[in-house]
Structure formats: structure tokens, C-alpha cells
Design a protein around this ligand. Structure first.
Ligand SMILES: [Fe+2]
Ligand SMILES: [Fe+2]
Length: 291
């Protein structure tokens, strides 16, 4: 993983927060088998402490100002330009070698997500959304701290919901005591629509902007809001959404289980899948991606 100081990188690997999401929102099949309860109650788990520290940093530093600065820095896409498949090689530099037995590399998680979507017969652009949805994690390779790349996302510029994981950590966020930002609507108006709402900064917002000209709108919602658990699972921000957002969130909800529950220790066979994915990428994406 790219060199990061300890303070900014409490997670052993970039996906550790997603393992914790699985404890929050267990696979319905695991619930049915009765196995989940013990894992969820196991708070005496060093892994959970690192996730907690990760959220402490995330909730403390994701302010409206911080997001504005990151948007200005990264949404001009003037850092790097790469052919699509070279971008996957670049993303794969994020593989964490401290735990080689259990960690799949990034491409394998993306392929497992897209293959599960394909197996269920969904449209090809949704398969491609599965393949691309975490491309924004390359932010880590540009030296960004983990708390500004992954983790649950949420609106900034208005009150932080207590439905966001570890809400108590927002007390240290200066926006919590800033009158411009700490009311229910903050800088927004009732049901103004999420297109007018600034989300906390991370891989979701970044990949949405990277690919917004190339895929149908439901795929763009999957990119942009796939870590917005306080809405797609907890409905905490209905007051900012408009009717179109509600319509589109059906797609975000459809996508989420493929992201969370398709993880499997058996890596997909890239040699067999390559032909299909090369054609799919060619159909929708430009030859090079800008970062
Ligand atoms: Fe993601
Ligand atoms: Fe993912």
C-alpha cells in the first residue's frame, strides 16, 4: 500500500472497513444460518478498534471546507492518464501483502461483484458498474489518507445524522458547531435533490465524476452513493432527496448486496473472463481514463 503515516492509516488494508459493514449488515443468508450473532457481538476485536479509529478520523476531518478543497484538487483530472486496463494494474498496487491468504486484490473484488451481477442477468452497463465501482480507490495511491478514500459517505453542509456509524465522533468536527452547517437542512433546502448536495469526499464521488459521461444514470447513482449507508440502508436523508433520487436509489439498493456479499476466497478466472470484459469496456468507455 502507498506509504501513509500511521495517524492517517489505522486500517491494515483498505477493505477492512467493508468487513465491518458485514457485521453491521450481515448477509441475509448468514442470518438464516444463525452464524452472524456471535460475530456481531464480538466487540472485543482489535480489527474493530482500527475501524473505530478510522471513523474517528473520518468524522472529525470531513468538513464542508475539506470536501470543497478535495473537489478542487481532484475533479480537474489532471494527475494522470492511463488506458483502462493499465488503470486496473495501477489500482492493484493497493493489494496488501501483510495478509496474503485472505485478501483478494482489488480487481478480484471488482470481478466478483460484476460476475455476480452478470450471473443474475442484469443489463451489461450494470455489470460494467460492478467492474468499475471501486476505481476511485486509486486516491490512496495519490497519497490520500484512508479516511478520505473509503468508509461510509454522508452529506456535508448540514447536520450529521445519528444514523451514520459512530455518530459520536462528529462532536469533534468543527461543522457540528458552525451555525451555517449544523441545522437539519444547513446550506440546502427541503427535498432539493441529491444533485445539489455535497457528499463527504471519497472514492465514490471521485469515480462518479471520472465516469459520468459514459454510463447510464442508474450506474452513476451506484458509483456515487454505494457507500451512503445512512441513506440506502437507514433512510436518514429522505428530507434532502427528491422523487427522482428515490427512483434511482432502487438501483443503488439493487447494487449493494453484489458489492457486500459477493466476496469469495476463490479468485475469478481472469483468463476465461478477459474476452467478455474487454468487449464490454470497449463498448462504453474511452480508451484512456483520466485521474
Ligand atoms: Fe466502494
Ligand atoms: Fe466494492
Amino acid at each position: 500500500m502507498a506509504a501513509q503515516n500511521k495517524e492517517s492509516a489505522p486500517l491494515k488494508n483498505l477493505d477492512a472497513w467493508e468487513d465491518d459493514i458485514l457485521l453491521r449488515y450481515p448477509d441475509p443468508e448468514t442470518i438464516a444460518s444463525g452464524k452472524e450473532t456471535e460475530a456481531y457481538r464480538n466487540y472485543d476485536n482489535p480489527e474493530r478498534d482500527t475501524v473505530k479509529e478510522f471513523y474517528r478520523l473520518n468524522h472529525t476531518y470531513q468538513t464542508y471546507d475539506f470536501v470543497e478543497k478535495k473537489r478542487a484538487e481532484f475533479l480537474s483530472f489532471n494527475k494522470k492518464q492511463m488506458p483502462v486496463w493499465a488503470a486496473f494494474d495501477f489500482l492493484n498496487e493497493l493489494v496488501d501483502d501483510s495478509d496474503p491468504d485472505t485478501d483478494l486484490d482489488q480487481l478480484q473484488h471488482l470481478l466478483q461483484t460484476s460476475e455476480a451481477i452478470r450471473a443474475d442477468g442484469h443489463p451489461d452497463w450494470m455489470v460494467l458498474a460492478g467492474l468499475m465501482h471501486d476505481m476511485g480507490k486509486v486516491l490512496c495511491l495519490f497519497g490520500e489518507p484512508q479516511w478520505a478514500v473509503v468508509g461510509d459517505t454522508f452529506p456535508v453542509g448540514c447536520a450529521y445524522s445519528d444514523k451514520i456509524v459512530y455518530p459520536e465522533f462528529f462532536a469533534a468536527n468543527p461543522d457540528s458547531t458552525d451555525e451555517r452547517y449544523n441545522t437539519k437542512y444547513g446550506v440546502y433546502s427541503p427535498n432539493c435533490g441529491l444533485r445539489k448536495v455535497t457528499m463527504s469526499w471519497g472514492h465514490d464521488e471521485y469515480v462518479y465524476h471520472m465516469l459520468k459521461d459514459y454510463l447510464p444514470e442508474p450506474a452513476l447513482y451506484m458509483f456515487r452513493y454505494h457507500s451512503f449507508y445512512s441513506q440506502h440502508r437507514e433512510k436518514a436523508y429522505d428530507h434532502l432527496m427528491d422523487a427522482h433520487d428515490h427512483d434511482m436509489f432502487k438501483w443503488v439498493q439493487l447494487f449493494n448486496p453484489y458489492d457486500l456479499y459477493s466476496k469469495n476466497p476463490t479468485p475469478p478466472k481472469w483468463s476465461e473472463l478477459r474476452g467478455y470484459y474487454e468487449k464490454l469496456v470497449q463498448k462504453y468507455l474511452p480508451e484512456t481514463l483520466k485521474f
